[in-house]
Write a new protein. Sequence first.
Length: 101
Amino acid sequence: MTGNAIDLPSAQMLCDTEGCGHVELVGPRDVRKYVGSKCPKCDAVMVTEATALEIESMIAAIDKINEAIGPVESSGQGVNISARVDCAGDVVEASANWVKP
Ligand SMILES: [Zn+2]
């Protein structure tokens, strides 16, 4: 089975308000739909235009890398990358873990 070298799984959108902790599962390519949307728990804006642009430019870079590499054989192993982006589009927390099949 073949697939992209870099997968784009669903993303967790975490509210930045201290003590809120509300999380929503979103499709990364759908981020534009959430610009200006309010947190159902504390009413803060969850996605700003800056955040959407940051995520869209990251997705565009991933698409270019996948296109350059072409389809790859799926081995079931890879690296799970997690990043938390604040309302200004800055990465405030990031981690990577090796995933084995
Ligand atoms: Zn909130």
